[in-house]
Design a protein around this ligand. Structure first.
Ligand SMILES: [Fe+2]
Ligand SMILES: [Fe+2]
Length: 318
């Protein structure tokens, strides 16, 4: 299974927890936030979750995909309009896992990606994304949720169930699911746990559907995009390297789900991440303030905090 190197990867943050950012643009990071845009009547909306527009270019061909849809239809719709993001050319929607902060805006996404040629757009996801789930946090059991099959049965969409790694977008992107859980300290999810319904019983949920999208910028290395990173950040990077055969990591972007993680786990993750020497680390969403601070200390030249509207572009050397 070969992942084709590409000439450019561009990611645009369409939905996330931070809708404004005081950081400046630098290198591959172009901020398009709303700090001083007083002449516009609207501003990007922030909401828990993640949605990223992915554009990959090889030669003269650019292919576009959507990775996750954020928590709410209105957030995705408004932000796409505000940013003028080109969703109409989207070839596929990848759902990183069946949590509502990633599938909640799926109806809006399907209306925004409406294809002029009448072909259905594939929604790529793991079967476990359809599990009925609920949060559990100490003695509190949170609300139940489930990705409605009716949404993915839209006349605009086809469902592509994926387990294990596979390449998409003419070989230019690899979607990883069923990521092996080999790192000891990543076996347990930090903070609140999730249960899923198995018949009449509720079982501990390891989120086997947790997925990541991987691209290879020719001559520079891998761009690894995670949704929540429930498989574990180190597990995910190891799997990306193992499946692609590319050992250099150019950038890690996405939710790293280390909110509420103990200090020793954060330290172990930073230690193991350094072995891969990523040039850019861009946490979003559920990464957690403590882990973001640790990343900034460990990778001061390559740290950027994700915010809605920010565009990240990596080009192959000319
Ligand atoms: Fe999430
Ligand atoms: Fe999640």
């Amino acid at each position: 299974m070969a992942l084709e190197p590409v000439d450019r990867v561009r990611l645009t943050s369409l939905a996330g927890d931070f809708a404004t950012c005081t950081e400046r643009s630098r290198g591959p990071v172009r901020r398009r936030g709303n700090m001083f845009e007083t002449r516009r009547r609207t501003a990007p909306l922030g909401a828990h979750g993640l949605s990223v527009l992915v554009e990959v270019t090889r030669g003269r061909e650019t292919t576009t995909a959507l990775f996750d849809c954020g928590l709410r239809d209105d957030v995705l719709r408004d932000n796409v309009r505000y940013l003028g993001a080109p969703l109409d050319k989207t070839q596929a929607i990848f759902l990183s896992h069946g949590h509502p902060d990633h599938y909640g805006g799926l109806s809006a996404a399907l209306s925004l990606v409406g294809r002029r040629d009448g072909r259905k757009i594939p929604i790529v996801l793991h079967e476990a994304a359809f599990r009925e789930r609920c949060w559990t946090w100490k003695d509190l059991r949170g609300g139940r949720y489930r990705l409605p099959r009716a949404v993915v049965r839209s006349p605009r969409a086809s469902v592509a169930i994926q387990s294990g790694p596979a390449v998409f977008l003419s070989g230019m992107a690899m979607f990883l699911t069923d990521i092996p859980r080999r790192t000891r300290y990543e076996l347990r999810r930090p903070g609140g746990q999730v249960l899923y319904r198995d018949g009449r019983r509720w079982r501990n949920d390891t989120t086997p559907d947790d997925g990541a999208l991987v691209m290879h910028v020719r001559g520079r290395g891998l761009v690894i995009l995670t949704g929540c990173g429930h498989a574990g950040l180190i597990n995910t990077v190891r799997e990306a390297v193992a499946q692609t055969g590319v050992s250099s990591v150019l950038s890690l972007v996405g939710g790293f789900h280390l909110c509420h993680a103990p200090a020793r786990r954060i330290a172990a993750t930073i230690r193991d991440l350094k072995a891969f020497a990523p040039r850019w680390v861009i946490p979003s969403h559920c990464s957690g303030l403590e882990f973001e601070a640790a990343l900034r200390n460990a990778f001061p030249r390559g740290f950027a905090l994700d915010s809605v509207g920010t565009e990240y572009t990596w080009d192959a050397p000319s």
